[in-house]
Design a protein around this ligand. Structure first.
Ligand code: SDX
Length: 432
């Protein structure tokens, strides 16, 4: 830790204070402003947390300008090529790649928890078939938060590990059951001899042939790996803030699910396909939609483009683009997905050449292509964000554990800039 400091001088009172600078191993250093209110009477103000570090973390590093994404220091491109979801989950949780024994033990702990309480099926069946699966998943997690409520022991490492493996293994099984329910097929049972991705595909699409199962499982495993974590995004920050009150981890993950659901966050993969479908069925061409996205008066945005951090290509988009191409190159001309991908390619070409997007550094993000691959696999659009949540559960529990193990762990409680009324006396109803 260096003793770098910055000095802030209050132009009103000429008072000044020194604030410590904390060094990042990579990325911008941070100014520790905790003494600002005590020393100068000011709070910092940063709506949307555009320039605020909310915590110290060792899990994921993103360099938005360079388009870098590293899990525990390992570049996502290498992990996507050489690793798999379960090994990457171990890495995110333990800050090291597992040896054979560690990987076997962790894989067994996960698959031994595929046996989710069958009462969850009754929770799923309470919903209409048209209910959004993210609402159904939240209810399933609430059921688990009630089932395991008496065991809560946040400060106990063993309790946290058990909750971690239960969450990582339950969400994929419940996701597959929700998909069975949506497609109106019998609930399938998990197979503890399969990986998370293989088991999900096997439960979700029991009637496809072995070759299709293998192709889809491999693609799904990469999609899970790429979506596993992404630093302090909105849903991860929600899980941290929710978990900081020492609530049940199942409840904190349910809060993360609800945040991820939004169309500007995890819901974008579903919104991308809805947008492509709209363009395909419209009598307007791609250029018309590009112009709508550029029109400040129009709320239409190009789903799957732009990112708060990436001002370069989202490295995940490049990896998924390759899988999307592999999938769709196999499609024959009259496959319903072909026109969608052709439209997607036209949008991408426009966005990469048009000054509006280039000047704002609005590149395709992970959601732009993941929706296309999931559609090619046959996943219903309403399930795309559940797939995202399934994978992100790993990152959420990794951050939850890191937060609780932090020596500065305390409940999060942001402040505000109050611009409401000064003290006001009550007026009787008869006098209003
Ligand atoms: C994810 O945070 C994470 O890490 C998230 C995520 C993860 O893994 O957890 O990466 C997953 O959420 C990816 C993002 C998925 N969302 C979408 O694809 C929805 C479409 N994108 C936009 O809603 C938007 O780009 C955001 C929400 C992603 C980012 O919004 P910001 O950072 O608040 O950007 P901004 O609104 O400040 O935009 C800057 C400018 C504005 O124009 P000007 O005011 O400068 O004239 O760019 C424009 C915006 O209007 N703009 C877009 C646009 N995105 C931004 N214009 C058209 N289409 C878009 N998609």
């Amino acid at each position: 830790m260096t003793n770098k400091k910055i000095t802030i001088i209050d132009g009103q009172s000429n008072n000044e204070t020194e604030l410590p600078v904390l060094d990042s191993i990579l990325g911008p250093n941070v100014v520790d402003i905790r003494a600002l209110e005590k020393n100068l009477g000011y709070l910092s103000h940063d709506p949307g947390f555009m320039a605020t570090s909310s915590c110290e973390s060792k899990i994921t590093f993103i360099d938005g300008n360079e388009g870098k994404l590293w899990y525990r220091g390992y570049p996502i491109e290498e992990l996507a090529e050489k690793s798999n979801f379960i090994e990457t989950a171990y890495l995110l949780l333990n800050d090291k790649l597992p040896n054979n024994k560690e990987l076997d033990n962790f894989s067994n702990d996960i698959s031994n928890n595929f046996n989710v309480d069958p009462s969850v099926k009754k929770i799923i069946e309470v919903f209409d078939k048209g209910s959004h699966p993210m609402a159904v998943m939240t209810a399933c997690l609430s059921f688990l938060s009630a089932k395991y409520h008496d065991d809560i022991n946040i400060q106990n490492k063993g309790y946290r590990y058990q909750s971690t493996v239960k969450l990582i293994s339950s969400v994929p099984v419940m996701s597959a059951w929700i998909l069975n329910f949506i497609l109106g097929v019998k609930f399938q049972e998990p197979n503890k001899h399969l990986s998370i991705a293989e088991n999900f595909i096997n439960m979700a699409f029991p009637n496809i042939n072995e070759e299709q199962k293998k192709l889809s499982s491999n693609a799904m495993d990469v999609i899970f790996l790429l979506h596993a974590d992404h630093e302090q995004n909105a849903s991860t920050s929600t899980v941290r803030l929710s978990g900081s009150s020492e609530t049940s981890p199942y409840a904190a993950i349910a809060a993360g699910i609800q945040t991820l659901w939004g169309p500007t966050h995890g819901g974008a993969n579903e919104a991308v396909i809805n947008m492509l479908e709209e363009i395909k069925n419209s009598d307007k061409d791609v250029e018309h939609y590009i112009n709508m996205a550029k029109d400040k008066e129009n709320s239409f945005r190009l789903m799957g483009f732009g990112h708060r951090i990436y001002k370069n290509y989202d490295p995940r988009a490049k990896i998924i683009q390759k899988i999307a191409h592999e999938y769709l190159d196999k499609l024959d001309e009259n496959n319903p997905n072909k026109p969608l991908f052709d439209i997607a390619m036209k949008l991408e070409k426009y966005a990469l050449e048009d000054d509006y997007f280039v000047s704002r550094k609005l590149y395709p993000n992970v959601d732009f292509y993941s929706g296309i691959v999931l559609k090619a696999i046959g996943v219903p659009q309403s399930m795309y964000t559940v797939i995202f949540a399934l994978a992100r559960t790993v990152g959420w529990v990794a951050h939850w554990n890191e937060m609780i193990e932090d020596k500065n762990f305390r409940i999060g409680r942001p402040r505000q800039l109050y611009t409401g009324k000064d003290k006001t006396n009550y007026t009787e109803l008869k006098d209003r």
